[in-house]
Design a protein around this ligand. Structure first.
Ligand code: DCP
Ligand code: MG
Length: 389
């Protein structure tokens, strides 16, 4: 047996959904580099390459200690030649030339700034980049045509760049709970996404809403958004209708894995006084960067105005799909992707945020809890805090 300090001593499973990945790990100096290359591949519309780097990074997140030499990587899955070259260079020289030149490149920085605008995807950002645009300011200066989401994205750009803290998420939870219970008593609300996995900050706040009596949740979203709008709490909202029909959609995944729940993409107007009030009643959070350090004085100051903009996603699920929706909206994105790949490739099943279909038995598998879904898939249950793949 190998000494216990040797990372290769553990049996590393190859699917991220077979492993426990904590939030804090020992190899950020390597994973951050690999994730730069993953992100750059995404900006260049190379999904295969992007996922390969992301999988490599994810394996290193699951290691019990810091990688010290290439020897430590023996027997690890998902580490392709390219990832190994990058890791080797970082271990030997402290940094990778490819990663550093990518990070500094005009294209990478512009794509990061442009895709960082709410409502802007890689396609649009790439078109703008090729037209010579580099930042939100360039869009305003050149009078680009923007849709309603992008207009809000540019308008609230600085606020939306700042990470959302757990205390802010808790204040928004209270508001959402009040809104939901005002329009449908007995409804259940759950905080999802990164915050459910134990993150201290996020880029948005995600909620899943349901009601134990199937059918009661129908038409709920417009009632919630109306209530919020009347209170002056929404800066932007766009609701998409539930378009999932088991009989019509069958087991096939909707295109690009988007689920079909009634969903609201919104921007909340969050009173900073409410956040200050709440933090006084909460254990002091760890000191996290507010991202305000680089803010130009000319920009809107939420301290002065008394509020800030926060991205909030609301999703309504029928009770019968709630376990699948919960699993599908907890993340991480790679963990979700790996779950679906495992289901398809290893189990001949099809998993979505709505259902699990068994192609061998030709039937839908019902579940009330996440634990049951892991069991159907023949996987050990991984709690949300260890899904940070
Ligand atoms: N999700 C998904 N596929 C989508 C959209 C969402 O699998 N197309 C799932 C996985 C995410 C969760 O929903 O974990 C929430 O999406 P976010 O983009 O908000 O991701 P996180 O909450 O994990 O990260 P952050 O802290 O940046 O908000
Ligand atoms: Mg989120």
């Amino acid at each position: 047996p190998k000494p216990s300090g040797d990372p290769s001593a553990m049996q590393m499973k190859s699917y991220a959904c077979q492993r426990r990945t904590p939030l804090k790990h020992h190899n950020s100096f390597l994973t951050e580099a690999l994730e730069i290359l993953s992100q750059n591949a995404e900006y260049n519309d190379n999904e295969g390459r992007s996922v390969a780097f992301r999988r490599a990074a994810s394996v290193l997140k699951a290691l019990p200690c810091r990688v010290k030499s290439m020897e430590d990587l023996r027997c690890l899955p998902c580490l392709g030649d390219h990832s190994q070259r990058v890791i080797k260079e970082i271990l030997e020289d402290g940094s990778s030339r490819e990663v550093e030149s990518t990070r500094q490149s005009e294209q990478f920085q512009a794509m990061k700034a442009l895709t960082g605008i709410f409502g802007v995807g890689v396609r649009t950002a790439d078109r703008w980049f090729r037209e010579g645009l580099r930042s939100p300011d360039d869009l305003i200066r050149t009078g680009q045509q923007l849709n309603r989401a992008q207009q809000a994205g540019v308008q609230y750009y600085n606020d939306l760049q700042k990470p959302v803290t757990k205390v802010e998420a808790d204040v928004i939870s209270d508001i959402v709970e009040k809104a939901v219970h005002s329009v449908l008593p007995g409804a259940e609300i759950q905080l999802m996404g990164g915050f459910r996995r134990g993150k201290e900050v996020g880029h948005d706040v995600d909620f899943l809403i349901t009601h134990p009596e199937e059918g009661k949740e129908e038409g709920l979203m417009p009632k919630i958004t109306n209530w919020l709008e009347e209170q002056g709490l929404l800066l932007y909202q766009k609701t998409t209708r539930n378009s999932y029909l088991e009989k019509m959609d069958g087991p096939a995944r909707p295109p690009n894995n988007m689920d079909r729940f009634e969903r609201c993409f919104s921007i909340f107007k969050l009173q900073t006084s409410a956040v200050r009030y709440k933090s006084n009643f909460t254990a002091p959070a760890e000191d996290v960067s507010t991202g305000r350090e680089n803010e130009k004085p000319s920009e809107r100051d939420s301290e002065e105005s008394g509020w800030r903009a926060v991205r909030v996603d609301l999703v309504v699920s029928p009770y019968s799909q709630f376990a699948f929706a919960t699993l599908g909206w907890t993340g991480s994105k790679l963990f979700e992707r790996e779950l679906r790949r495992w289901a398809g490739q290893e189990k001949n099943m099809s998993l979505s945020s709505h259902a699990l279909y068994d192609s061998k038995q030709n039937l839908y598998l019902r579940a009330k809890t996440e634990e049951e879904i892991f069991a159907y898939l023949g996987l050990e249950f991984i709690p949300p805090s260890e899904r940070n793949a």
